[in-house]
Design a protein around this ligand. Sequence first.
Ligand SMILES: [Zn+2]
Length: 319
Amino acid sequence: MINMLDLGWGITQLDTAFQRPNMAACYIMQDGADVAIIETGTKDTVPLIFECLKQLGLKPEQVKYIIPTHVHLDHAGGVGLLMQQLPNATLVVHEKGARHMIDPSKLQAGATAVYGEAEFNKTYGDLLPVAKERVISPKDNEQLTLGQRTLTFLDSPGHARHHFCIYDEVSEGFFSGDTFGLAYQELTNENGAFLFVTTTPVQFDPEALKNSINKLMAVKPQRMFLTHYGMLENPQSFAPDLTNQVDTLVQMAQQLAKDIPASDPAYTVTLTDNLLQFFLQKLKAHGSQLTLDQQTTVIKTDVLLNAQGLSVWMNQQAG
Ligand SMILES: [Zn+2]
């Protein structure tokens, strides 16, 4: 069973089945005979993508582009395997991420160090290299054509330096990766989506992230296609709060460093707890009807990553 959703404009949302349902999406875009796959999920997503193509009546040979927004493994873990099985595809990846797709050994070593060998093998498996000749890296504002439509790539550092966002003129939407935050549908209620910022390690940069959010807003998009998770309408109404969250989280991180040095392991533990309280408070204000346990289950992984990212950033400032 695959979980796919026709969004219109030739765009289909597909659950990558990463970690839990509705955690991470990828998008299949179709225009004329051309197909692009935006985000790949992990190796386990690859058969789901093939099933999705089949159900859409598309042939693997039609896939022209594979486009991860950045090379974090929930977005790009399946790239090598997909490229192997899609002979006509070109990999479109940020210039700062390209070398990690061509030679994934460093990426693999880094992730193994974080997750441990057993967890890495189970979730990600061996990352396959992509031949250099099959990789292109658009510059900021550069465009590619898919069928009749134009995709514009905007360099968007802040979450990671190897991150770009893709603007699609047909849907008037951005495929925003992790630049425009996370909005899990479990947290959506009559007050709308609950969007929160991601400050994941190891390249979180608050000023760059705010600049990138503003840069996307300057294009006046009507919607965002979030990797985590799904379509978000009217992003302008969310942008001020999102940039405020960047500042608030940084202030919380700096405040805590007055009591506990950021280099102390206890710092991240306490910061995780503080961030969890902060987001639960925000969810309360959002009128969430879920129990605290349910809310915590949905956000806890990202809260921990946010604390880790802020702590890495604090230590980088000190160093
Ligand atoms: Zn992600």
